[in-house]
Design a protein around this ligand. Structure first.
Ligand code: ATP
Ligand code: MG
Length: 778
């Protein structure tokens, strides 16, 4: 009925409302950031429940993170009352839903329902055993590398018999396929699975047991997916199996799907009016179709309509490096014929300046669908996007800390502010600075810097060197990297230490000289003891940062990560370098360790008013009043790895990440770049990110803050070395506006750290900073 619009529908714009009310048949909402896609999904679920179209248990809703799932549940509760949302067991991430499915049908995958899910460490250990069992050299054929290969295959939904011949041959003297098979068999014997199996097993079950699939076809009346642009092939196949019902076998007991013809037709017409005609789905030339495995029941039969609603934004596809296929969203109307495609073009999140900057930047990507975005917000009070320069990352952290405090004085909540970094090592400077300031912060989507595995390991080495009685630290690293010291040996060290009332390190040295141990562990212990003895001696003579580096090298710890082929090892190596760098600020190893102990003590609570620090990747879908984007320099953002790849696709994914970053901000947006950064252990002068040049002048304010050069006349005067950055790219201004800043900074001082010039600059800079943000007391 027209007469009584429920509250939860009020306030939606016509397109959003169409997306909510078109409950039957396939619907795709393809729209830019902040246009209310997630809000549409949430309201759609509320609508389905409120109108009694389905029970909570009949809705399958996929979010990108567990946190997003919790939030969605909460918001639905707010819309239609807590009691109505109870038991939405199928609202979660692909993985959490996958576990639930697999527990129910474990036996069909050769598992028991109490199977365990192995973590990466377990997986690697297991693969190593298999490699050795095959008689292969596990140094030449590292287990980590094969674990990564398996993960890639599973992201594509490929079992051992489905992988390409070439892929199978490339590892282990052509034994790739055999190893993959052995691995799966071994998992089965152990009643275990890995993360990839959480999707791959259900896919296999659905294919092999049509009756089981049918059960879910009956069960899930409505399917909804957020962030559809970042689904990988396995997730895509999994979804299609659940969503596509073959026409020829109508499911008994199913309510015939009402097609809502009128609405759908209207929707299609509407979308083609606004934008669809000029931007009909096309596959960007550089993204070849991945060739999805055929789906059962696909054949020639026309699939029956299904009530699936996916929302996403091709411009926010940022997980290509993990196997996501943006094509999944671009071919939606082929997969689900008759789909209603809805465009949302009004952005409710950001100011016109922020939106203008983001839209202009993303337009530099070629392989894109293209869409319009507008906002009704037009407040002349709104700030432009600020771009700031700093000398180095310490100054950047200091200035951002001051900016945050200035906002705080204007009664902004810390909860409304976020710092989004490209690489996790960048977090360290902010965490340190905020601890000094006593500013609450939380790190989202990962541990805080000093709590990271590799940092804790490194610190454990340093702690033992500084204090040989630190048994906890010793125990952590005595067998890191792996030296074949098993539990029995470690227990023996323990016993000896207790019996003789000496530290474990000493006990280890004693044991190494006795004949109580087998030759192998004895040799290993002898090496450990000798290492620490040498490092402890060096502590008196060698600068502590140098020693720290030596320790990580001589212990084999750095090499351990260098040989590690997993996706996160480059990040870990960066973190280690950042750790060493941060030690420079302390006089001695001991004072540094004291500082760390204090930092580790600082608590972080959920309910606290705190600034969020996170990577750009984990900021997807979120929004904040005020956003800081530090580190916009070539090599960091866009990241060197993307640049090294060459070609367009890596760079375009970086640009999409920049777009995600810019569009997280509602009101205030501050972008920073520094002129000097430690790269590969050397201070280097950096070049401002090309993305800065891609921001439109009209929406950007190049702020003179945190700089030593006391203002410059015309920031747009054109730079002198824009051409030095590899011509080809489009630069609307002919020359880089930001090169001036970089040039001036790196020109006036030598590129080595801590020259007298640098210190002078430092003093000036503090003044400039204070001018801009108001002087902090104290
Ligand atoms: P992203 O692409 O970043 O995930 P999104 O398209 O999912 O963004 P939402 O997060 O759903 O966008 O919405 C962005 C903001 O706009 C939210 O604060 C939301 O509450 C608000 N919003 C959405 N639609 C409306 C509306 N019709 N009226 C008022 N505010 C709205
Ligand atoms: Mg969203």
């Amino acid at each position: 009925g027209q007469h009584s619009t429920p509250d939860y529908l009020k306030g939606l714009n016509p397109e959003q409302r169409l997306a909510v009310e078109t409950t039957e048949g396939p619907v795709l909402v393809l729209a830019g950031a902040g246009t209310g896609k997630t809000r549409v999904l949430t309201t759609r679920i509320a609508h389905i429940l409120a109108t009694g179209k389905a029970f909570p248990s009949q809705i399958l809703a996929v979010t990108f993170t567990n946190k997003a799932a919790r939030e969605m549940k909460q918001r639905i509760g707010l819309l239609i009352g807590e009691g109505n949302v109870e038991g939405m067991p199928w609202l979660g991430t692909f993985h959490s839903i996958g576990v639930k499915l697999l527990r129910r049908h474990a036996e069909l995958a050769g598992l028991k329902s109490d199977f365990t899910i192995l973590d990466t460490d377990d997986v690697v250990r297991l693969i190593k055993q298999l490699i050795q069992a095959e008689g292969l050299d596990d140094k030449r054929w590292p287990a980590k590398q094969f674990a990564q290969m398996i993960d890639n295959w599973k992201n594509k939904g490929l079992g051992p018999d489905e992988i390409a011949e070439g892929d199978a041959r490339s590892f282990g003297n052509g034994k790739g396929r055999q190893l993959y098979k052995a691995y799966q068999e071994r998992l089965q014997t152990l009643n275990s699975c890995d993360f990839g199996d959480l999707l791959c097993h259900p896919i296999r079950i659905f294919r092999a047991y049509p009756d089981v699939l049918k059960e879910y076809h009956r069960k899930f009346k409505y399917i909804l997916v957020d962030e559809y642009q970042d689904t990988n092939t396995a997730q895509y196949v999994w979804l299609r199996l659940l969503a596509q019902r073959p026409q020829s076998s109508p499911l008994e007991g199913e309510v015939p799907a009402k097609r809502a013809e009128g609405v759908a037709a209207e929707g299609t017409a509407r979308s083609s009016n606004t934008s669809a005609s000029s931007t009909a789905p096309r596959t960007p030339p550089d993204r070849a179709s991945p060739g999805h495995p055929p789906l059962k029941g696909e054949g020639n039969r026309r699939p029956a309509p299904v009530n699936i609603c996916c929302v996403g934004d091709d411009d926010q596809s940022i997980y290509g490096w993990r196997g996501a296929e943006v094509d999944n969203i671009l071919r939606f109307d082929k997969d689900f014929p008759g789909a209603t495609i809805i465009r949302l073009e009004r952005n409710y999140r950001s100011t016109a300046h922020i939106l203008g900057a983001a839209s202009h930047l993303i337009a530099y990507n070629e392989g894109r669908f293209g869409k319009t975005l507008f906002t009704d917000r037009n407040d002349p009070e709104d700030d432009k996007v600020h771009v700031h320069a700093a000398w180095d990352s310490e100054e950047e952290a200091r200035a951002i800390g001051e900016a945050i405090e200035a906002y705080q004085r204007q009664k902004h909540n810390l909860n409304d502010m976020a710092i989004l970094v490209r690489a996790s090592f960048q977090m360290r400077a902010f965490e340190d600075r905020f601890i000094t300031l006593g500013l609450s912060y939380r790190v989202i989507g990962g541990p805080r810097f000093y709590e990271r595995l590799e940092i804790r390991d490194a610190l454990a080495f340093f702690r033992v060197v500084a204090n040989s009685g630190d048994d906890l630290a010793f125990e952590r690293i005595v067998n890191v990297p792996k030296r074949g010291l098993g539990e029995a040996t470690i227990r023996q060290i323990h016993d000896t230490a207790r019996a003789l009332r000496i530290p474990m390190l000493e006990a280890a040295a004693t044991l190494a000289e006795s004949d109580e141990l087998k030759p192998k562990p004895r040799a290993a212990l002898r090496e450990v003891a000798a290492n620490f003895e040498r490092w402890q001696k060096a502590l008196e003579t060698t600068p502590h940062t140098e020693l720290a580096e030596t320790i990580l090298e001589e212990s084999g710890y750095t090499d351990m990560w260098k040989n590690d082929r997993s996706a996160d090892s480059p990040g870990r190596l960066e973190n280690l370098k950042e750790l060493i760098r941060s030690m420079e600020e302390y006089e001695s190893l001991r004072s540094f360790l004291e500082h760390v102990a204090l930092v580790m003590e600082a608590e972080q609570g959920e309910s606290l008013d705190a600034v969020s620090i996170m990577t750009l990747h984990s900021a997807k879908g979120l929004e904040f009043e005020t956003v800081f984007l530090p580190g916009w320099e070539e090599g960091l953002f866009p990241h060197q790895r993307a640049l090294d790849e060459g070609g367009r696709s890596g760079l375009e994914e970086e640009r999409r990440l920049a777009y995600v970053g810019l569009t997280r901000a509602k009101k205030n947006l501050h972008i920073w770049f520094v002129s000097n950064r430690l790269i590969h252990g050397l201070w280097q002068s950096t070049i401002p990110s090309r993305f800065l040049d891609e921001l439109p002048e009209t929406h950007v304010d190049v702020a003179d803050s945190g700089n030593s050069y006391g203002g410059y006349g015309n920031p747009y005067g054109g730079g002198s070395f824009a051409s030095g950055r590899g011509g080809g790219r489009k630069n609307p201004y002919g020359a880089s506006r930001f090169d001036n800043i970089g040039a001036e900074n790196s020109g006036s001082f030598s590129n080595t750290y801590a020259t007298p010039g640098w210190q002078r600059a430092q003093a000036n800079r503090t003044e400039a900073t204070d001018r801009n943000w108001g002087t902090r007391s104290g």
